[in-house]
Design a protein around this ligand. Sequence first.
Ligand code: AMP
Length: 281
Amino acid sequence: MIIRDIATLKQTIRGWKQAGETIGFVPTMGALHEGHLSLVTQARAQAQRVIVSIFVNPTQFNNPTDLATYPRTEAQDIALLGHVDAIFIPAAETMYPAGFSSTVRVSAMAGILEGAHRPGHFDGMATVVTKLFSLTEADSAFFGEKDWQQLQIVRRFVQDLNLPIDIMACPTLRESDGLALSSRNRRLSPEGRKSAPALHAILQQTATAIRQGHPIAEALDKGRAALVAAGFGPIDYLACCEAESLTPVTTVFTTKHDNVGLRLLVAAALESVRLIDNIVI
Ligand code: AMP
C-alpha cells in the first residue's frame, strides 16, 4: 500500500495497533538498493508490520545541487518493496507545512565529522526522523551502520527525548570488491567505479596499522595520502573516534579502547561524488 498523506497513514496504523501488531520502520531517501532491502528484511524478521518511508528530506541537504541531483527512482523503489505493508511517500509540504519551525538538534554530535562539512544536515535528519517516528508509532526502526554518525545521533535523541522506539543497527552491505552500497555510487563513471573500492581498502589498511600500535595521527596521515594517490579529493575527513560518542582518538591504540570501541570514519569525493564509509577498529 502506498500512502502519501498523514490521515491515511494514521488510520492504517490505528488498525494495526488495535489488532495488537508490532510495527517496524525503515526510513529511506529512495533510490533503493540491496543495502536498504537488508534493513527491510531485518524489519520483517522482527515486526509484524513493516513501513518504509521514501522522502528526500530537503532540510538535511546543505547543498542545493546535491538535493537537485539526488537520484529519484520512485517507480523502481515501489517495485523493489513489493512485500512491505506500507510505503509512506510524503510530499515536502506534507512534512513541512507553512509555519513549520521546530528542530531536533543533538548538540554534541551535530557539528563534527559529517556535520562539520554539511552544516544543518543532522538537524534536518534528526527533525524528520523524529516526525517519522511520531507518525509511524513504530516499535522499532532500522538504520544502517553505513551512516555511523547518523546512527549514533538517532540513538542519542531517542534516549534524550525518551522516545518509545527501539533502534536497530544493521551491518553495511558491500559489493564483492568492498565498496559500500550507496545510492550515490550510480553517479560514478565506469572508471570511477573501478577506483571507488580503494576507500574501503584504505580504511582496512589504516585500521590494521592502528590496531598494530602505530601512532594514530600518523596512520591517518598515511591513509589520507593513500586516498589522494587513489584519485580521491577533497578528503573531508579520515578520523579515528570512540564508536559511540565519536570523540576523536589521536594517540595510540590501547586495550582500553577495546572497551569503548573505536571506529574509523571517512568522507571523500571521487569524481565530485561524495562517498562515506566506516569500519570498526
Ligand atoms: P538513505 O536512503 O541513504 O538515507 O539510507 C536509508 C537507510 O539505509 C539508512 O539507515 C542507511 O544507513 C541505510 N543504508 C544505506 N546504505 C546501506 C548499506 N550499504 N548497507 C546497509 N545499510 C545501508
